[in-house]
Design a binder for this molecule. Structure first.
Ligand SMILES: *[C@@H]1O[C@H](CO)[C@@H](O)[C@H](O)[C@H]1NC(C)=O
Ligand SMILES: *[C@@H]1O[C@H](CO)[C@@H](O)[C@H](O)[C@H]1NC(C)=O
Ligand SMILES: *[C@@H]1O[C@H](CO)[C@@H](O)[C@H](O)[C@H]1NC(C)=O
Ligand SMILES: *[C@@H]1O[C@H](CO)[C@@H](O)[C@H](O)[C@H]1NC(C)=O
Ligand SMILES: *[C@@H]1O[C@H](CO)[C@@H](O)[C@H](O)[C@H]1NC(C)=O
Length: 506
């Protein structure tokens, strides 16, 4: 699926043929040629009003809403625009369908549920977005300018404050919000970028894309970034804080991993949309499930996060995601990570596991396959494979990230299982090879005395010990239990008070 050719095909061709716009708008020549030659026939969509400001007066998508326009005070009044309330502007992106999609109404409804007084304005630039991607990108600046003009006019009113303005843009719409920030007089309060578009924006100057300069606070969710090839969402950090849920690539429940072998476009389209749109649903989740906030953790790179090394909340290193994110103006391009569930509510519970693995018998390089089960006061986890990012180091402390979908409560016990995978054919072959070069599997034995755990959500540290200090060895097919033996990680009394995100961010 990460095949760049396929994605390019997607972006540049598949998108626009169904709309029929390719032939009517671009009758001759290549794309490149036409960018240098202005079209002779005047394009009706470029004549005003091609950008419509539609105030959503109801959560019902069927409801027409109420349109305002620059310079018309009567419309403002008729639409019930509240000058002193928060004002949200919602920006759609480049569109294949040419209509406002269901995610937009879900977002509008969530905003109206959370902020009852707020003005929710949908910026409808469909005629300019329902085109070849490159043209939609070209028009996005102009749309940003139109919105900036509207905001400049609103600022002439006494009670209106730009600080109360929150722009929320999805995909290409995120960059439109950035352009508003470029053109408006003063600074808007906040911009939330929901998986900002990547093609033609990756690596460009800050005035040609969404950037931290565009608002007082810019927070970004990246849900579909590809490491190789053309990325639908922008990979680079473009806000004050940039959150990469599930590493910003494979979102659980979207099935992009499963369709690798599939060439059915329907399936791939759905998977693509699912990943890209996940940013919107995470934001909606943050609006409506305020009592179940998802936390993201600052980390220099995704591998360190996957190893569980970044679950700290000290010095503002963790934050809620989406609408509940705490303003971090001092930060810039801060990468933050988290795991999520496949559906709403998306929150999970993160744990760091520090395990010193001893290899007393010195039988060379053993790579155990560990499974882990956590037992808590509320619930028990499933038996989960322990994800190894690089290799397990022997006679050394290894750190792992474990996450559960359920709130387990206080952790009580941990079970380690060394899965004996030698029954599968592949592993039988591996076993056979290692049998020739190394001692047999029967002599594989490792020792673990204790497991140190830190919860990302509560910031609590705990130590789990083997109940019998003489029984700490584990071999393939065996299990090892650890019981909670103390709070904290140190043998001596803890001097540092653990900081909880619930206290800090309340
Ligand atoms: C961008 O769009 C404008 C109209 O808004 C047009 O005049 C111009 O030629 C376009 N430029 C490119 C590079 O497509
Ligand atoms: C407001 O704009 C929408 C397009 O977003 C249009 O369908 C609708 O007819 C307009 N309503 C009024 C009252 O002009
Ligand atoms: C306008 O918004 C303000 C601030 O949220 C609120 O106090 C006030 O009641 C609102 N006015 C109306 C008429 O809804
Ligand atoms: C681990 O340390 C023990 C001695 O404590 C040594 O015998 C063994 O060879 C070491 N194992 C590895 C894999 O380095
Ligand atoms: C260590 O903690 C215990 C209670 O957990 C307390 O009674 C004791 O005074 C503490 N010792 C020091 C040196 O702080």
């Amino acid at each position: 699926m990460r095949n760049p050719v396929l994605l390019l095909y997607f972006w540049s061709v598949y998108c626009c043929f169904p709309a029929g716009s390719l032939t009517t708008l671009r009758p001759q020549g290549s794309l490149r040629d036409e960018h240098h030659e202005p079209t002779k026939v005047p394009d009706p969509a470029l004549a005003k009003p091609s950008v419509i400001f539609n105030i959503r007066t109801s959560k019902d998508p069927e409801h027409e809403g109420c349109n305002i326009s620059l310079g018309n005070d009567q419309y403002l009044e008729d639409c019930g625009f509240n000058m002193t309330a928060k004002t949200f502007f919602v920006f759609h992106g480049w569109t294949m369908s040419g209509i406002l999609e269901t995610w937009l109404y879900k977002l509008v409804s969530a905003l109206k549920t959370r902020e009852k007084d707020a003005n929710v304005v949908v910026v409808d630039w469909l005629p300019l977005a329902h085109r070849l991607y490159v043209d939609a990108v070209n028009h996005s600046q102009m749309v940003g300018q139109r919105v900036a003009e509207l905001l400049n006019w609103l600022q002439e009113k006494e009670e209106f404050s730009l600080g109360n303005v929150h722009l929320i843009g999805y995909s290409l719409g995120a960059h439109v919000a950035g352009f508003v920030g470029n053109f408006v007089k003063g600074k808007v309060g906040r911009i939330s970028g929901l998986d900002p578009a990547g093609p033609m924006f990756e690596g460009v100057d800050i005035d040609r894309r969404l950037s931290p300069d565009d608002a007082d606070f810019v927070d970004v969710l990246h849900t579909y970034t590809a490491t190789f090839g053309l990325s639908v969402g922008i990979q680079m950090p473009v806000g004050h804080i940039d959150v990469y849920p599930n590493n910003g690539d494979y979102q659980p429940g979207c099935g992009l991993n499963d369709v690798l072998g599939s060439i059915a476009y329907g399936t791939i389209t759905e998977a693509l949309e699912c990943e890209h749109e996940r940013a919107v649903h995470l934001f909606v989740d943050s609006l409506v499930n305020q009592d179940q906030p998802s936390f993201a953790f600052q980390c220099t790179d995704s591998n360190r996060f996957k190893k569980g090394l970044c679950l700290s909340c000290r010095k503002n290193r963790c934050n809620r995601i989406g609408y509940n994110a705490k303003k971090m103006r001092k930060k810039r391009n801060t990468k933050m990570y988290l795991k999520t569930r496949a559906g709403m509510p998306f929150r999970v519970y993160h744990y760091q596991m520090k395990v010193h693995i001893f290899s007393y018998k010195g039988t060379g390089d053993i790579q155990p396959t560990f499974y882990i089960t956590l037992y808590g006061s509320n619930a028990d986890s499933q038996n989960m494979p322990l994800e190894v990012v690089e290799k397990i180091k022997l006679n050394a402390t290894n750190t792992f990230l474990v996450h559960t979908e359920e709130d387990l409560g206080d952790l009580l016990k941990i079970r380690f299982t060394w899965q004996d995978i030698s029954h599968s054919w592949y592993n039988l072959w591996n076993e056979f090879r290692s049998y020739l070069s190394q001692p047999s599997s029967s002599s594989k034995e490792l020792n673990i005395r204790r497991v140190r755990v830190k919860s990302g959500e509560t910031q609590k540290k705990m130590t789990f010990c083997a109940p019998d200090t003489k029984k700490t060895s584990i071999s393939p097919g065996q299990e090892l239990w650890f019981h909670k033996c103390r709070d904290g990680w140190r043998v001596k009394n803890e001097t540092r008070v653990p900081s909880s995100p619930f206290v800090e961010l309340a």
